[in-house]
Design a protein around this ligand. Structure first.
Ligand code: LMR
Length: 441
């Protein structure tokens, strides 16, 4: 990531305490006020030596002796302390630092998510992380506030925080990218317009990931319409395996488990094997045929099958909309929790016999779903960040019909963004019924 010295207006770096560092990297010109907030003056004691180091696996990134910068990257004042992680007993068993990018980092979902990531609740208590926060130019001050709160939380595992507005800088070497930032659908905006506007964001971010991220980066797309955004992103990142891209449908899985548990009068940890098929929209298919409660087929435990087919299915499909009615805005905390769950499902082995749902690339799927889509399906993981599709899930006529509807919707969305996926001229025929989630309206 390109960094500049203190006097340069375009990019700056600052280190805020001994256990982590905050670096601002932005194409913005920083106002004096902004610089004052971020960059404390040098208070370098004579003959003092400062070096900044963030992980046991990295050489110090900046060294300053007797007030004279030895490298281009500077340390600042009392915040730039010498410390050596190798000598810290607690860190000896820690894994190598990983870089995690989060876009839309100044938004509500991120505000819940970032603190969970930094606490170790996602990647584990021995996994130090660096957070790379991407925001828009409008949100750069808010991003700074987020970074300050992260600093003030004194998370031992959080070794570095970078904030910036340029994905080509922020995504440098990231091993995980959680893409949350997307434009919400405004009043009167056509669905095709939203697909185009957000598609452009994800096309650009795909290109940036392709160029600067770790070649095996795992990408989780949260910004809606997340399936098609994930498709656009992966099509613009040909060097990254398509398998590494996910669209978040774990929130839908969690919602479905909650509804089934409520109806059956059991605690929700008794519900397993919950598949969400298809698009994260109101055509999604929560699969009660294969789900289990206490290890038994749901249909044996819940005998009100009419409720399963209608009440349950609709309640999951429209849960996001109902929440907006009550809460006045889209889900944020539960979305963040479901992002945590989605990542944990990939970095921890799936319990024997169970599976989880995630939107993945359909090439090679055993269910006859059209290839070249991002479609939610049942998956399992060995805990290595990768996954395999569960291949033997039963699909009856009820499921087949509904899965086909969600598939048709995704195919229509795909045609509508063909100009962004390199597949020719876009043709938008999204049908008369608007099936997008209400939060997008
Ligand atoms: C949700 O499912 O709660 C959100 O994706 C809804 C939305 O449109 O923001």
């Amino acid at each position: 990531m390109a960094m500049a010295e203190l006097s340069a207006p375009k990019t700056t770096s600052t280190f805020l305490n001994s256990s982590s560092r905050l670096r601002l990297s932005s194409k913005l010109h920083l106002s004096n006020h902004f610089r004052h907030l971020l960059l404390p003056p040098l208070h370098t004691a004579p003959n003092s030596k400062f070096s900044c180091s963030v992980s046991q696996n990295q050489a110090p990134v900046a060294v300053q002796e007797n007030g004279l910068a030895k490298t281009k990257k500077e340390c600042y004042g009392v915040f730039c302390l010498t410390y050596d992680l190798k000598a810290e007993e607690q860190t000896k068993s820690w894994k190598k630092l990983i870089n995690i990018a989060v876009s839309g980092a100044a938004g509500m979902i991120s505000n819940h998510l970032l603190f969970k990531l930094a606490s170790g609740a996602v990647f584990g208590p021995d996994q130090p992380i660096a957070l790379k926060l991407l925001g828009s130019e409008r949100s750069i001050q808010a991003l700074e506030g987020v970074a300050m709160e992260l600093e003030d939380s004194l998370f031992p595992l959080l070794r570095e925080v970078d904030i910036g507005t340029d994905p080509y800088e922020v995504f440098q070497d990231v091993e995980w990218a959680i893409l949350i930032g997307a434009k919400p659908r405004g009043p009167g905006m056509e669905r095709a317009d939203l697909l185009d506007i957000n598609g452009q964001i994800f096309a650009e971010q795909g290109k940036a990931l392709n160029k600067v991220a770790s070649p095996d980066v795992k990408v989780l797309v949260v910004g809606n319409p997340c399936n098609t955004n994930a498709l656009i992103c992966l099509k613009n990142a040909p060097n990254i395996p398509a398998k590494n891209f996910h669209a978040l449908t774990r929130l839908d899985e969690n919602r479905a488990k909650c509804q089934l548990a409520l109806k059956a009068g059991v605690f929700y940890d008794k519900v397993s094997n919950m598949t969400i098929w298809g698009n994260h929209s109101t055509t999604q298919v929560p699969d009660f045929l294969n789900a289990k409660i206490n290890g038994l087929p749901v249909k044996e435990v819940i005998t009100d099958h009419k409720w399963l087919e209608e009440g349950f299915t609709e309640s999951v499909q429209k849960r996001g909309g109902l929440l907006i009615q009550k809460w006045g805005r889209s889900s944020a905390a539960s979305t963040a929790v479901s992002i945590v769950d989605a990542i944990k499902s990939l970095v921890t082995p799936t319990p024997e016999g169970d599976w989880f749902s995630t939107g993945v690339y359909t090439d090679g799927n055993p269910y006859g779903i059209e290839e070249g889509l991002v479609f939610s399906m049942p998956c399992r993981s060995k805990g290595d960040g990768d996954y395999e599709l569960v291949k033997d899930v039963e699909i009856d006529d009820y499921l087949r019909k509904r899965i086909a509807k969600s598939e048709a919707e995704l195919l229509a969305e795909k045609r509508c963004v063909a100009h962004l996926t390199g597949e020719g001229i876009a043709y938008c025929d999204l049908g008369p019924v608007d099936t997008m989630l209400p939060g997008e309206v």
